[in-house]
Design a protein around this ligand. Structure first.
Ligand SMILES: [Zn+2]
Length: 105
């Protein structure tokens, strides 16, 4: 087989898969971890509620276990940064103006 053909095939494959790698390594890092952490915390809360409903734990235990989880959830909400005038959730923390209503932050 022609060596150039092999080379061009490899370049072509690289071009084809590069968007997926970029998407995976650059964009997923900034957005998904927070969502994942929130999802895990919500799952934990749901599990606790299920255990309370089935009688595995009593209400006092449920409260003791759920308070740290809800505190973490509150902390995550603060990290997300929302606009004070319209409540829009800002994806970029470094912006000076709201993307939705234009209010100064
Ligand atoms: Zn706003």
């Amino acid at each position: 087989m022609d060596l150039l053909l092999v080379f061009y095939s490899l370049v072509f494959i690289l071009i084809l898969v590069s968007p997926f790698f970029l998407n995976h390594f650059i964009f997923s890092k900034s957005l998904i971890p927070d969502n994942n952490e929130r999802k895990i915390l919500l799952d934990n809360l749901r599990d606790l509620k299920a255990e309370l409903d089935t009688g595995k734990i009593n209400f006092e235990e449920f409260e003791n276990l759920s308070i740290p989880i809800t505190e973490k959830l509150e902390a995550l909400k603060v990290d997300i940064h929302s606009c004070k005038s319209c409540g829009y959730e800002l994806k970029n923390i470094n912006v000076k103006f709201c993307e939705n209503c234009g209010a100064k932050l």
